[in-house]
Design a protein around this ligand. Structure first.
Ligand code: ATP
Ligand code: MG
Length: 224
């Protein structure tokens, strides 16, 4: 299964969410790969520090991206692809290949405006692919007492994309783990609040898939 984090806006949390989801899948026992298609290489460098057992590949062109994604999908249960900021050819290629597209946005008017572009590109991929991928908005960097965060929460369902009900709070732990080469679930008490948010998001987006795949495996083992 290919999961992609994408958006036209930079700095919304694509790499943060990609790395955390990849590590959660790995921690559930699945062979997992991360495909970094952003020239900044933030997620590939980060994940190599967190978990060397996760396969890491980078790709700079749509052609490389296509072949790397197809190869990784053959040999891993899950491939998490981190798209660059922008919805150009690389992101479009990933979206056409993906089963699930995660579009993080943070509480800013520019991020809200980016949703229209994300929706258009998602529909384009879905038309080519007979309805795939599923697309979902994830509200990131949400602040409890902040007016724009509250407005975003109320207004997001009207933006034309499905919205995850789990939101990710704006917490220092995310910045710290990126700097220290770890993830919030491995950051002890300092990461506890952030880990609770990420875990809820993971379960909402992938809990059923993970359970089904685990049951399939058990069944196969039982059948010898
Ligand atoms: N929920 C959060 N709370 C606090 N800081 C966050 C949160 N999510 C991400 N950040 C921080 O925001 C910055 C941007 O996050 P990230 O690199 O994941 O975004 P991105 O969409 O991948 O950016 P780019 O477009 O540059 O690739 C980073 O410094 C990251 O640590
Ligand atoms: Mg990034």
């Amino acid at each position: 299964m290919l999961i992609v984090t994408a958006n036209s806006k930079g700095g919304v949390g694509k790499s943060t969410i990609a790395v955390h989801i990849a590590v959660s899948l790995y921690d559930c026992g699945f062979p997992t790969a991360l495909l970094d298609t952003d020239k900044q290489r933030s997620s590939s460098q980060w994940i190599a520090e967190v978990e060397p057992q996760i396969t890491v590949r980078v790709a700079d062109t749509p052609e490389n991206c296509l072949s790397a994604a197809q190869e990784l999908i053959q040999s891993h249960d899950f491939v998490v692809a981190d798209a660059p900021g922008g919805l150009e050819d690389l992101s479009r290629t990933l979206l056409i290949l993906a089963h699930l597209a995660i579009f993080p946005i943070s509480p800013s008017i520019l991020d809200v405006r980016s949703v229209e572009g994300a929706t258009a590109v998602l529909r384009y991929a879905q038309k080519i692919n007979g309805g795939r991928p599923d697309g979902i908005l994830v509200l990131n960097k949400m602040r409890t007492r902040d007016t724009i965060s509250q407005e975003l929460k109320v207004g997001a369902p009207g933006l034309g994309l499905k919205v995850a009900s789990s939101v990710i709070r704006d917490l220092q732990a995310y910045r710290d783990v990126a700097q220290q080469g770890t993830v919030v679930s491995r950051f002890g008490r300092k990461g506890a609040q952030a880990a609770a948010d990420m875990d809820a998001l993971f379960k909402e987006l992938l809990g059923e898939t993970v359970n089904n795949m685990t049951n399939d495996r058990r069944q196969k083992l039982a059948n010898g």
